[in-house]
Write a protein that binds this ligand. Structure first.
Ligand SMILES: [Zn+2]
Length: 169
């Protein structure tokens, strides 16, 4: 019997539930894949999760995403009720419309759209640590890992490689 400990959230997951959704598929130490999604919606959320992941990858590699992934996210976003809000700033009143439904596919899809189309997208990256498939928002220029745990793992691996030249890990 093994106990799966949910890892600490990656940088940015607190602000973007869609990022947290993508990171529910992860590799455990040792390389086994784990899926943290459970419950009734899991199957449908899994589809949305993979579509969002594909869009993240397209964004990072600056390539056009497959139309299927784009359609999956847009279809999910279109299932929520449309809310129209009035916002008011220095340039006056403005109408903003968005679809909402907390915790649902629609809300997660809308969140992914806001992430990819908004200013945070510039900070979106795949974790650079070997054996990690999580995504995160880079908090400052040099950071390349999703968490302090991955940073520590990379440091340990480099240390090992330095002291065991020729070994393949
Ligand atoms: Zn990582």
């Amino acid at each position: 019997m093994s106990v799966t400990v949910k890892p600490k959230p990656a940088e940015g997951e607190q602000d973007f539930p869609s990022l947290a959704l993508v990171n529910t598929r992860l590799l455990l130490p040792g390389g086994a894949e784990a899926d943290l999604l459970e419950g009734e919606d899991a199957a449908r959320l899994r589809e949305l999760r993979e579509a969002i992941r594909v869009l993240f990858e397209a964004y990072e590699t600056a390539t056009a995403p497959p139309p299927g992934a784009l359609a999956a996210v847009n279809e999910a976003a279109a299932t929520g009720p449309l809310v129209t809000q009035l916002t008011w700033d220095d340039s006056g009143p403005r109408e903003t419309s968005y679809r909402t439904a907390n915790g649902s596919q629609a809300a997660l899809a809308a969140d992914a759209i806001a992430l990819l189309a908004g200013p945070a997208a510039a900070r979106l990256h795949a974790c650079g640590a070997h054996g990690c498939i999580r995504w995160y928002l880079r908090s400052h220029g040099t950071r390349q890992w999703c968490s302090t745990r991955c940073a520590a793992r990379v440091r340990a691996a480099r240390h090992y490689a330095r002291h065991h030249p020729g070994d393949s890990v």
